[in-house]
Design a protein around this ligand. Structure first.
Ligand SMILES: N[C@@H](CCC(=O)N[C@@H](CS)C(=O)NCC(=O)O)C(=O)O
Length: 218
C-alpha cells in the first residue's frame, strides 16, 4: 500500500498522524497543503465527498491503483495502528482503557481544543485582552485535569497510547503560544510527558520535518 498524507506542518491534528506514521515505521509521501487554498486533489476530493476540505487526509493506494481516503486524525491513527506490525498504541478493545482512550479523544477535540483556541486567539478568533486571564484560568483547570491523570507516566498507564498522541500536540501548541507565557510550574508531569515526545530527535527531525509547499496544480 502506498500512503500519501495531505498535511500542514504546524497543524496539531496532522502532528498526531505524523507521530504514529513515524512510530509504526510506515512509509509515506507528504503533500504540504497550501492551507485554505488547497491543491487540486483536495478541491476535487472535497467536491466528490461533499465535505469541506480539511487536513489531515491520508490516502492509501493499493497495487491495483484503488484508492481509499481516510479523514479525522484519531480515526486515521486507529486505522494505522491496526495495520500489521508492532508495537501497538491502543489498549484491548474490550478493556476499560479503550473506553478511556475514546473519552480523551472526545475531551480533547470538543473541550480542550476550544480552550486552547481561546487562549491563543481570543473569542471568535479576536484577541479579547480583558478576557485573557479568564481564558488562562480555564486552560489551567484543563491542564490540571491532565496533570491529575498522569500518575503512571501516560494517560492510560505505563504505555504510550493514541490518547497521549492525540493530546500532546495541543500541549505543545500551548507551550509555543504567546512567547511561552503559560506557566507550567504547577504542572510538572504534563510538561515532562509532553517533552518525552517533543524533545526527542525523531520528533524534531522527522515528525516536524519541513516540506516544500505543494504546487496548487498537484
Ligand atoms: N477533526 C479533524 C479536525 C481537522 C482540522 O480542523 N484541521 C484544520 C487544520 S489544523 C483544517 O484543515 N482547517 C481548515 C479549515 O477548517 O478550513 C481531525 O481530527 O482531523
Amino acid at each position: 500500500m502506498k500512503y500519501i498524507l495531505h498535511n500542514y506542518r504546524r497543524c496539531p491534528f496532522c502532528i498526531r498522524v505524523r507521530i504514529l506514521l513515524y512510530l509504526k515505521g510506515i512509509e509515506h509521501e507528504v503533500v504540504e497543503e497550501p492551507l485554505r487554498k488547497w491543491t487540486t486533489w483536495m478541491q476535487e476530493w472535497s467536491t466528490r465527498a461533499k465535505e469541506r476540505p480539511r487536513i489531515p487526509i491520508l490516502r492509501g493506494i493499493d497495487a491495483e491503483g484503488t484508492e481509499r481516503v481516510f479523514t479525522e486524525s484519531n480515526e486515521i491513527n486507529r486505522m494505522l495502528n491496526a495495520l500489521d506490525g508492532k508495537p501497538t498504541y491502543t489498549p484491548n478493545v474490550e478493556s476499560i482503557e479503550y473506553v478511556k482512550m475514546i473519552d480523551w479523544f472526545t475531551w480533547c477535540d470538543t473541550i480542550f481544543k476550544q480552550q486552547v483556541d481561546l487562549f491563543k486567539y481570543g473569542k471568535n478568533l479576536v484577541m479579547d485582552a480583558d478576557m485573557h486571564s479568564t481564558h488562562v484560568h480555564g486552560l489551567r483547570t484543563m491542564v490540571q485535569k491532565i496533570e491529575d491523570e498522569l500518575p503512571s507516566g501516560y494517560l492510560l498507564g505505563e504505555k504510550l497510547s493514541l490518547a497521549d498522541i492525540a493530546i500532546i500536540p495541543f500541549v505543545r501548541q500551548i507551550m509555543r503560544t504567546r512567547g511561552g507565557e503559560f506557566d507550567f510550574t504547577d504542572f510538572p508531569k504534563v510538561a515532562q510527558w509532553t517533552q518525552t515526545i517533543t524533545e526527542t530527535d525523531w520528533f524534531k527531525n522527522d515528525v516536524m520535518k519541513k516540506y516544500p509547499l505543494a504546487p496548487m496544480g498537484l
